[in-house]
Structure formats: structure tokens, C-alpha cells
Design a binder for this molecule. Structure first.
Ligand code: HEC
Length: 146
């Protein structure tokens, strides 16, 4: 009886913390997925624009700025520790933090280059948008498992 009592106290002490940490992993995973999806939305708008699909030219700088703003959040989206089971984040993010930061910076650099291009200059827009897309893909290649 005494042992059972102590055991349940231990369980009560341990259990809430397990539940909270599972919740934490889930929350950061969903937050991260949503922000990555937001990046994809802005990139798709730019890709549509350079393909000549329906797009409003005056929105283009806002899409580029949105990518820049989202890029500024990437570093905070990957806290070390146990990851949500559905996460595609690779362990190399935490074993090679410097390379991961470089991948963020490289993506930023390509978005900055895109920002310099006149939206009316479709040829250079096409190239710059594609380079941004490839810099997203570079990070996914090394740090996203799918
Ligand atoms: C520095 C690395 C890095 C950069 C740069 C990056 N991503 Fe990601 N992205 C990841 C990782 C890692 C994941 C997997 C996250 C997970 O599953 O926990 C991911 C996931 C995603 C997902 C899937 C989200 C989901 O779970 O539904 C999309 C879409 C995505 N990224 C789009 C983009 C786009 C578009 C860009 C560029 C504008 C970009 N990413 C730039 C690392 C990066």
C-alpha cells in the first residue's frame, strides 16, 4: 500500500511534465509548419507572377518582404530536444547548427537579391525568384527528411 502510494505520487509528479513537453513539441511543430506554408504561399505568388499568371504587380514587393520577414523567424523555429513524430526536421539541424544558420543566411541573401530587381523586369525576376526557390530547396535537401 505504501509502495503504491509513493508510486502514484511519482506518477503525478512525472506525468504532467511529460504531457506538457509533448504539447510543446506539437505546438512548435504546427507553428513551424504554418510559417513554412506561409513562405510557400508567398513564393508561389512570385512564381505565378513571373509565369504571367494572374497577379497584381503592385503586390510583388510585399511578397518579397514577407519572405524576408519569415526568413528572420526561421532560427527560432527549431528548438533542440525531442521532436514531434510527424516532423521532417533532420538531426543535422542540431548537430551542424552553423551550417543550418548558413542555410538561413543564404536564403536571406537570395531574397535580398530578389528585392533589388524591378518587378517590371520579368527576365531578371524569373531568375531571382528561381534562385530563392533553389535556396529553400538547398536547406530542405540537407535538413528536411521527406
Ligand atoms: C534553413 C532551412 C530552411 C529554409 C531556408 C527553408 N526551409 Fe522550409 N523547411 C525546413 C525544415 C527543416 C522543414 C521541416 C520542418 C518539420 O517538419 O518539422 C521545412 C518544411 C517546409 C514545408 C513543409 C511544412 C509542413 O510541415 O507542412 C514547406 C512547405 C516549406 N518548408 C517551404 C519553404 C519555402 C517556400 C522556403 C523558402 C522561401 C523554405 N521552406 C525555406 C527548413 C528550411
Amino acid at each position: 500500500m505504501k509502495t503504491i502510494g509513493i508510486f502514484s505520487i511519482i506518477l503525478i509528479i512525472i506525468f504532467p511534465s511529460i504531457t506538457i513537453s509533448d504539447e510543446g513539441e506539437k505546438k512548435i511543430y504546427h507553428y513551424r509548419s504554418n510559417l513554412m506554408e506561409a513562405s510557400a504561399t508567398h513564393l508561389k505568388a512570385l512564381q505565378g507572377y513571373v509565369k504571367g499568371e494572374l497577379a497584381i504587380q503592385k503586390h510583388i514587393p510585399a511578397h518579397v518582404d514577407a519572405l524576408l520577414m519569415l526568413n528572420g523567424m526561421y532560427q527560432d523555429l527549431f528548438p533542440a530536444g525531442k521532436q514531434h513524430p510527424e516532423s521532417e526536421a533532420m538531426a543535422s539541424i542540431w548537430s551542424n547548427p552553423k551550417d543550418f544558420t548558413n542555410a538561413i543566411q543564404y536564403n536571406r541573401h537570395k531574397i535580398m537579391a530578389l528585392k533589388q530587381v524591378d518587378p517590371g523586369d520579368i527576365k531578371n525576376m524569373k531568375r531571382a525568384v528561381n534562385e530563392v526557390r533553389m535556396s529553400c530547396g538547398d536547406c530542405h535537401y540537407y535538413f528536411r527528411d521527406r
